[in-house]
Structures are given as structure tokens and as C-alpha cells.
Design a protein around this ligand. Structure first.
Ligand code: X8Z
Ligand code: ZN
Length: 605
């Protein structure tokens, strides 16, 4: 599933419900018993509708056709009808004395869109399905009239990751970004419908609804995000400056200017969101040949099932259960040749019990090795909270859900890879900084992107940014936060933000920024639990049952308690805080600043 609590995480449902039959009388103040009954009945209806909608969505994303698109749109519409109706009904019980659990569920039900007009619901659901299908099917065809030349996103991403030919990189970048304008009008219509649904539930707009999902006001959440960004910005700045110098060595001053933003096509990633694919050209100078996990995986012809097996083994080494047989039977692990699918990796909690799956077009690369651990993090969260009530089948907040698997991937250290036979030697002392740099190119480089995607959407949803200004606002943020620029002037009526999966599929993104910070807090706490002493970046909790128990205790809570409590269970602190990520990269920060100072000195000569 998309793990969008506002859409799917047990929030929605089927055909019209007649509240006269199941809920409280329509007049007077409801009693506690009536309120509890309402929550109980609503929860069951939502669960049933979510399961139906998810199944339809699973089929669609695994087999994109006009019919599966229509079928999924129908089920989402039904879900929207029921969740909207229940959201509205729920308001009647606000303030009634009831259990803490029911109060949480009641509040959760109201974090939803409410569209009363069936035509509007249908349009909303149709556009949502059509946009994610368009994204999934999109191909760039370098030779317009030759379908054989067409390249899917996976192939384009491979070029972005491995080619060092700036002209080719630019062509591929522009090619992919030329596809999203086809659904720009739909997106604008969708935003208007979504806002209508949010306003009907008393929110200023959909962005405010999204920001209301963190047990604080939308304004406070904005401040929290900014506070965290300010904490990590100096680290990003050091990495960015170092990257500029190294990129300039590869591409020259013509491609990479000494000041001002750097063109987006040179970062080894379609969205310049992670830069670890550039490691071979960014690695510390004079470093003896370094290890490359992608090469090992490719050479050994590690299959998608084996990739998933490595990840499963990490989780079971912590004391967690083996994945159910159905996971292996029903998951999609490689890109089918004969049909269109949504390849963007996702994890699915199909029946809220045992039927957990992932859908991912796995290739034997280091990037996918990390992503498979990420996806299984979602799956192990699903399995851990299955005994909670259905409304609590969710992450403590959505950042937690995204952080679980990444926390495990932080334990994929050189020592760990050696233990499982994917590496023969350990890095020498001078190579260690390279290992840390590689990690920073993934985790630190991501921070501003993780922040700005929703900063842009908040402005779109609030109406501050209108469709004529989508690209202008997008590139202002990309320049301000990431320090990057469009490889070519903006297109008239362009839609560059729509070239990102989460915009086309309307999946909130602030969760990944939070996860990037949280995973280091989790890692630090688990390493401590495991009795580890030493630099945080060399710790692996592999095979440590005590750390596993600590992790599992938090996972089991699902969303039954406010997230600060879940955080406290695991870390002892109830505040999201960037000190762990800063600690982790502290030796690298010193090294980067030294390198940058040396460069400045030599440039002045
Ligand atoms: O979308 C994802 C996961 C699925 S929840 C593969 N991620 C973000 C992205 O790809 O943009 C993981 C990191 C950020
Ligand atoms: Zn995820």
C-alpha cells in the first residue's frame, strides 16, 4: 500500500452506510456507550473498506490496464464515501467521555477528506488512479517514431546512475521531465477537489490536513521541520561544497560553476535526491581501490529473491519471525516483461493479518540492497502491530514507518557484509572515511529534498502557488535548499514536480525527512541497547536479540500511543532531534571541512 494514513491506513470504506441503523440517535448529546459503539462499528467498516480498496489497488499496480484502473478507482471512491461519511459523523462524539483508545480513533477518523458530491468523489478517485498509472507506464522515447527506442524509468535511472556523459545525462533528465506535463491539468483539478474535501472537514486545505497528523498544530509542525533542517544544514553545506569541487574535477567549470547552483543532471539520480551513485568520482583522492557492493551483487548474479532473503535474515537475526510463505508467493520482486506495473517500491498490508507483500522491481545493486531492507521494515512493522485494533495498524507517525527498514540498513556495515560473505576484506583506516562519505551521499544529500517536496505541496495546496507557477516555485525551492538548478530553461506549462512518484501518486513526503533524522536516533538507541561502544557509524546490531526486543517493543505499539511515547520507549527521549545524525557523521564533517579549506587555499594561489 501507499502507506498514506490519510487515504489507506485504516481510514476508509465501502458503500453508503446508514447511520440511523448503527449509530447514536441523531439528536441530543450522545452517551459514552453510544460513542464507544460508534467508534467500534466505524472501525470495522473502515477496515473492511480499506482491505477491498487495497486489493483493487494491488491488482491495478501489478497489471495496469483501463479495466483495472476503473476497478481501483471504484473501490477508492467507495472508500472515500465511507471514510468521509464517518469523518463527519465522528464529529458528533467529540468531547464525549470515552476511553483514551476510542478518543484517538475518533480523532484519526476525522483526519480525512469529506466529499459529499458523488461526482466529485468519482472525479477525485479517477484522477488519482489515472495519475499513478500514467507515472507507472511513462516512457521516454529518444526516437519519437521508434517504439523500440523507448526507455522506462528504471532504464533511465540506470543511465543517470552510471553515465558520466553530461550531454547524455541532460537528455535523459529532460526526456523524463518531458512526460509529466501530460497530467498537469489533472493534478490541478485533483488539488482543487482534495482541498474541497479538507475544507469540508474544517482544515484550511489539504496541506494543513497533512500537517495535522503529528499530534501538534500544522504551524508547529512547520516549525519542527524548519528547526530540524537548521540543525543539519551545516553538515549538508559541507558535503555540498566538497561535492561541487569534486564534480568540477570531473566535468570542468563549464558544466559545474564555482558559485551558484549546480545543474540537476549531474548528481547520479533523476531527482538529485541521493548522490551515492557518484561515489566513484567523489571518493577521497588517493584512496586505494575501494569496494563496490553493486559489482559484487552483479558478479554473483544475486537474484531478487536472494536479495530479499538477505534482508529477511537480518530481521530474523534480531529474533523476529520468518516472513510468511504467502509473502514469497504473492510479492512482486522483479519487473515483469509482459505487462505494465508501478515499479516504485512499496509494501502492502493486505488483510491486516498475515498477508503481507512487497512490490519492487529489484536489480542487483547497492541501492536496491538498501531499499529491500527499507521495504521489509514496513513489512515487519505490519506484522508487529497486527494484534492492535485495526485503527492502530499504523506507524507511531508516518516518519516512523519510513525509518524502520532504514535503521536496519544502517547496520549494513563492512563488518556485517564480511560476516554474510558479501565482502572479503575490511576497509583500512584511510578507507573508512570513504565508507562514511558514501553513507553521507545517501543520507545527508537527501535532507533538503526530503524537506522541500512537501514545502512545495503545502504552497500548492494553500493556493499560494498556482499551476502557472508550479515550476517557478519548485525551482526556487530546489535552488534555495538543495543548491541545484534545472539543466535547461523551464518549459512553458512544465510540471517538473510531477516527475516524482510521490507527487503523481499524492503520497506525502515530509515522512522521509523525519525518517532520515529518526533512523539515526533509533540506531543510536539500539546500539546502546546492544552494549556497543565505539563510533556510531561502525555499529551493527546484527544478531543482537536484546536490541531486537527493544525495537519490537516499539513496533508492537503501532499508532496506539502518541508518537513521542513510542520514541521514548525506544530512545528515552520524546523529541525528534538531529544530534544522532550529527554524531554519526561527526568525523566526516571534520574531514570535509579540512578538504574544503585545502581547496580554498589552493584555489587562491
Ligand atoms: O519511496 C520511497 C520508498 C517506498 S516508501 C522506496 N522512498 C523515498 C523515495 O524513493 O523518494 C525511500 C526514500 C525516499
Ligand atoms: Zn517506505
Amino acid at each position: 500500500m501507499k502507506l498514506n494514513p490519510l487515504v489507506l491506513a485504516c481510514s476508509v470504506l465501502i458503500t453508503q452506510v446508514s447511520w440511523a441503523q448503527t449509530a447514536a440517535p441523531s439528536t441530543g448529546t450522545p452517551t459514552t456507550a453510544e460513542a464507544e459503539q460508534f467508534v467500534h462499528d466505524a472501525e470495522a467498516k473502515l477496515e473492511a473498506a480499506v482491505i477491498r480498496a487495497q486489493r483493487a489497488e494491488w491488482i491495478y499496480e501489478n497489471f495496469i490496464t483501463d479495466d483495472t484502473e476503473a476497478a481501483t478507482a471504484q473501490e477508492s471512491e467507495a472508500l472515500l464515501a465511507i471514510s468521509g461519511e464517518l469523518a463527519l459523523q465522528a464529529r458528533r462524539y467529540n468531547g464525549v467521555l470515552m476511553s483514551e483508545a476510542s478518543k484517538r480513533k475518533l480523532a484519526q477518523m476525522q483526519l480525512n477528506l469529506m466529499l459529499s458530491d458523488p461526482a466529485e468523489r468519482a472525479a477525485y478517485a479517477r484522477i488519482a488512479a489515472s495519475m499513478s498509472g500514467s507515472y507507472g507506464k511513462a516512457k521516454y522515447c529518444p526516437k519519437k517514431d521508434d517504439p523500440k527506442s523507448c526507455l522506462a524509468l528504471g532504464e533511465l535511472e540506470h543511465i543517470m546512475a552510471t553515465s558520466r556523459d553530461p550531454a547524455l545525462l541532460k537528455e535523459v533528465w529532460l526526456g523524463w521531465h518531458s512526460l509529466s506535463p501530460s497530467y498537469k491539468d489533472d493534478y490541478a483539478k485533483y488539488v482543487a477537489l482534495s482541498n474541497k474535501g479538507a475544507v469540508n472537514m474544517g482544515y484550511a486545505d489539504t496541506g494543513a490536513l497533512w500537517r495535522s497528523n503529528y499530534e501538534m498544530t500544522p504551524k508547529q509542525f512547520e516549525f519542527e521541520m524548519e528547526r530540524l533542517w537548521q540543525q543539519v544544514k551545516p553538515l549538508y553545506d559541507s558535503l555540498y561544497t566538497y561535492t561541487r569541487h569534486q564534480l568540477q574535477k570531473t566535468y570542468g567549470e563549464k558544466e559545474v560553476p564555482s558559485t551558484g547552483p549546480i545543474p540537476a543532471h549531474l548528481f547520479g539520480n533523476m531527482w538529485s535526491q541521493t548522490w551515492d551513485n557518484l561515489y566513484p568520482i567523489l571518493k577521497p583522492e588517493g584512496l586505494s581501490s575501494s569496494y563496490d557492493l553493486s559489482e559484487v551483487l552483479k558478479e554473483r548474479k544475486v537474484t531478487p529473491t536472494q536479495m530479499a532473503g538477505y534482508a529477511e535474515r537480518f530481521y530474523t537475526s534480531l529474533g523476529m519471525e520468518k516472513l510468511p510463505e504467502t509473502f514469497w508467493k504473492r510479492s512482486l520482486l522483479s519487473k515483469p516483461k509482459d505487462r505494465e506495473v508501478v515499479c516504485h517500491a512499496s509494501a502492502w498490508d493486505i488483510d491486516a493479518r498475515q498477508d503481507v507483500r512487497i512490490k519492487m522491481c529489484i536489480t542487483p545493486t547497492a541501492e536496491d540492497f538498501t531499499t529491500i531492507h527499507h521495504e521489509l521494515g514496513h513489512v515487519y512493522y505490519f506484522l508487529a502491530y497486527r494484534d492492535q485494533d485495526p485503527m492502530f495498524h499504523n506507524g507511531a507517525n508516518d516518519g516512523f514507518h519510513e525509518a524502520i527498514g532504514d535503521t536496519i540498513a544502517l547496520s549494513v556495515t563492512p563488518e556485517y557484509l564480511k560476516k554474510i560473505g558479501l565482502r572479503e576484506t575490511l576497509p583500512t583506516k584511510d578507507q573508512e572515511i570513504g565508507t562514511l562519505l558514501n553513507r553521507a551521499l545517501e543520507k545527508v544529500a537527501f535532507l533538503p529534498f526530503g524537506y522541500l517536496v512537501d514545502k512545495w505541496r503545502w504552497e500548492v495546496y494553500s493556493g499560494k502557488v498556482t499551476p502557472e507557477n508550479y515550476d517557478k516555485a519548485w525551482w526556487e525551492l530546489r535552488e534555495q535548499y538543495q543548491g541545484i538548478s534545472r539543466p535547461a530553461p523551464m518549459e512553458a506549462n512544465g510540471f517538473d514536480a510531477g516527475a516524482k512518484f510521490h507527487v503523481a501518486s499524492d503520497t506525502p513526503y515530509a515522512r522521509y525527512f523525519l525518517a532520515d533524522i529518526l533512523q539515526f536516533q533509533f540506531h543510536r538507541a539500539l546500539c546502546k541497547e546492544a552494549g556497543y561502544v565505539g563510533p556510531l557509524n561502525r555499529c551493527s546490531i546484527f544478531e543482537n536479540k536484546q536490541a531486537g526486543e527493544k525495537f519490537q517493543a516499539m513496533l508492537k505499539m503501532g499508532s496506539s500511543k502518541p508518537w513521542p511515547e513510542a520514541l521514548k520507549t525506544m530512545t528515552g527521549s520524546d523529541r525528534i532531534d538531529a544530534t544522532a545524525i550529527l554524531d554519526y557523521f561527526a568525523p566526516l564533517k571534520v574531514w570535509l571541512d579540512e578538504q574544503n579549506a585545502l581547496y580554498e587555499k589552493s584555489a587562491k594561489k
